[in-house]
Ligand binder design. Structure first.
Ligand code: WTA
Length: 654
């Protein structure tokens, strides 16, 4: 059975959903219009949803023109993020559950952490940070499993004005060290082990390796989570739970400027090393909270679950900051969708009576492949809304999600956004617009998308259009700069299309004005919803002594969305072998992390290059996609015969 769309191919929410929603179609049109006609007035009003210590008098001061790109919102206001996510709820929600923590092991007890407990634990952790000498503006790196301490640590940093930078626990020691060094962090917070899917990642061991490459002054606070044996460096390592138990249970929050950075989050770009995306305090929180409430149609008392990891931006905005600013109950899940079996997501939905469920298309595709009987086993009647994020969702997966998980009752919000945007940019609001599978539909309040012709940069005025996606004006959740490199920030996002923020994505706008994201137009690929720079994987490969040259591209992958396809040219005299292939895969895992391991690795005696020596990636992409007919003009290549060689030896020809 598949739920069918209406005659226009659209899925409209039921009248019941529309009646109960914060925003219906008329209200969306009215508020969207107001938001773009007078952003100052619109956002001055929306910003009242959070508590300001000193109210702002200026709303928006933004400039997208190089070399003066500058983005400021609510600039002279002051606030504290931790107070907004915790303290202000104490009057009405002290005993309400803030976080439901669901451990990896399905037989271990879940924790229900009330706002009162959240305040105490966050305070204790903040006092430990203070005792370690952490001051306002200092950087603290988190390398943690999905455990409550991750939330406490984020909020503790915000409480004392420190800037957190979370490194996903799947990254390698090298990647961790680079991020500690780039942000010049004083403190690393980690755990002994990270259990996921019944396996344990040795986080502390990785941290030890990383810290060999960092300044001696970096302290390491360790959560003894699994309690397994770890090595210990006296004077550097601190037992975090022990110190928290001894610390004072209350820590006052500090008054921060709206534009003070809240966090740095490293993400992959098309070139060079990862970029340290910097988010602000005031604008970010207003935007995260508003989008969380509107997109998920969150109402008081709802149980909301976003399955992301706090190592990614989705975890920041939609597990922690948005939901907690709204006084929500947010589920934090340590495990994976397939452990102990493919019913885990649905078991957790049933167990905690989840109302809104937000995950990635890659998870949906992999569960779909394992059969709908895993879903049917559970009572999912609590679900009201489903969401997706991170990559385009194919109609097949959308239909499966709609039919088997949502039973045709739950609107699906396909949310398009980025690490850089802080929150949803283009997304359905469940009561306001009918959806089409695969389209993120219409822009959120205050967001002005424009479609530009990729080569001429001409703005496409017609409703039906195709090209690159830019945004014409700022919104409060937008990133402010790249850590320590404002020039790179301007270069990466504002130099290609003058006066616009360039998303890096291609897109199509259909006759109804709906947006369809067609994927990255730069050298960023999206593997299982994890963003990866092909240049990063290439530099990891060429760091191996037997590799002369490497080129990495994405190719369509049934489950992951995109897979990593690596072309490798070996040093003269080195023979290719399966053993060497395994060695290179392991090498990349070590340099970056398991998520960067190439799915297909092809030996390439030569790479297609122009006469000036530039690798023609377009051709490599087409070969990886098995689309040999569309190779285009190869006559400008220095040696066109390498193309035939590569085609003849393409991996897994099919
Ligand atoms: C892609 C994740 C299609 C896009 C929040 C973007 C999407 C990149 C969608 C950002 C969507 C994200 N439909 N594509 N709903 N959401 N993307 O920074 O290519 O990890 O540029 O942020 O993911 O990935 P990031």
């Amino acid at each position: 059975m598949t739920i069918k769309p209406d005659a226009k191919g659209m899925y409209a929410a039921s009248s019941e959903v529309v009646a109960g929603a914060h925003v219906d179609a008329t209200e969306y049109a009215r508020r969207y219009q107001a938001s773009v006609a007078d952003p100052q007035a619109f956002w001055a009003n929306e910003a009242q949803r959070i508590d300001w210590i000193k109210p702002f008098t200026k709303v928006k001061d933004t400039n997208f023109n190089t070399p003066d790109v500058s983005i400021k919102w609510f600039e002279d206001g002051t606030l504290n993020i931790s107070a907004n996510c915790i303290d202000r709820h104490m009057i009405t929600r002290a005993q309400q559950t803030a976080i439901i923590w669901e451990p990896d092991d399905p037989n271990a007890p879940a924790q229900h952490i009330t706002y009162t407990q959240l305040l105490e634990q966050t305070s204790r952790l903040a006092n430990v940070l203070k005792a370690q000498g952490v001051k306002r503006g200092d950087r603290v790196v988190l390398y943690l499993p999905m455990i409550p301490e991750a939330a406490y640590a984020m909020l503790a940093c915000a409480r004392i004005g420190a800037i957190h930078s979370i490194v996903f626990a799947g990254f390698s020691p090298d990647a961790l060290a680079n991020r500690i060094n780039d942000s010049d962090a004083k403190i690393l917070i980690t755990a002994d082990f990270a259990p996921r899917g019944g396996k344990k990642t040795a986080l502390k061991d990785n941290a030890d390796k990383a810290l060999l490459h960092c300044s001696d002054r970096v302290k390491c606070l360790v959560v003894k989570h699994t309690g397994d044996q770890i090595s210990w460096v006296d004077g550097r390592d601190v037992d975090l739970r022990q110190e928290m138990a001894a610390a004072k249970p209350y820590c006052p929050y500090v008054e921060m400027g709206a534009e003070d950075p809240l966090f740095i989050l490293y993400t992959s770009g098309s070139t060079g090393k990862p970029k340290g995306v910097v988010h602000s305090s005031g604008g970010y929180l207003v935007y995260a909270a508003l989008t969380h409430q509107m997109t998920f149609d969150y109402h008081d008392g709802d149980i909301y679950w976003c399955t992301a990891d706090v190592g990614w931006v989705t975890g920041h905005s939609y597990i922690i900051y948005g939901p907690l600013a709204n006084g929500a109950t947010t589920v934090m899940f340590e495990g994976v969708p397939t452990y102990p079996d493919a019913g885990r997501f649905w078991a957790v939905c049933e167990k905690h009576k989840v109302n809104q469920f937000y995950t990635a298309p890659t998870a949906i595709r992999s569960l779909m492949g394992l059969g709908s009987e895993w879903v049917e086993k559970y009572d999912l009647s609590s679900l009201k809304l489903l969401g997706t994020v991170g990559e385009p969702i194919n109609p097949e997966a959308w239909n499966w999600y709609n039919t088997h998980v949502g039973k045709g009752r739950c609107p699906i919000v396909d949310t398009f956004w980025q690490t850089e945007t802080g929150g949803h940019l283009i997304t359905p609001l469940p009561g306001a617009m009918p959806t089409k599978p695969g389209s993120a539909t219409l822009p959120f309040f205050g967001v002005k998308p424009v479609v530009l012709d990729a080569s001429t940069a001409v703005v496409q005025e017609a409703t039906e259009a195709e090209g690159v996606l830019c945004i014409a004006d700022s919104w409060p959740g937008q990133m402010r700069t790249l850590w320590g490199d404002h020039d790179r920030f301007m270069e990466a996002y504002f130099s290609q299309y003058k006066g616009y923020y360039f998303t890096g994505d291609g897109c199509r706008r259909d006759g109804d004005g709906y947006y369809w994201i067609t994927g990255r137009v730069d050298d960023v690929i999206n593997v299982s919803g994890h963003r990866m720079g092909t240049a990063e994987v290439e530099s990891a490969l060429v760091a191996h002594e037997k590799v002369a040259e490497a080129a990495v591209v994405g190719y369509p992958h049934d489950i992951k969305g995109q897979g990593i396809y690596a072309y490798v040219t070996l040093m003269k005299g080195v023979e290719p072998s399966d053993a060497l292939r395994k060695e290179l895969e392991a090498f990349v895992r070590n340099e970056i992390g398991p998520i960067a391991k190439p799915d297909l690795l092809q030996w390439a005696p030569g790479l297609p290059k122009t006469r000036s020596g530039k690798i023609m990636r377009r051709i490599l992409r087409k070969i990886a996609e098995n689309d040999f007919a569309a190779l285009g003009d190869t006559s400008t290549l220095a040696d066109p015969s390498v193309v035939d060689e590569l085609i003849a030896n393409r991996m897994n020809k099919g």
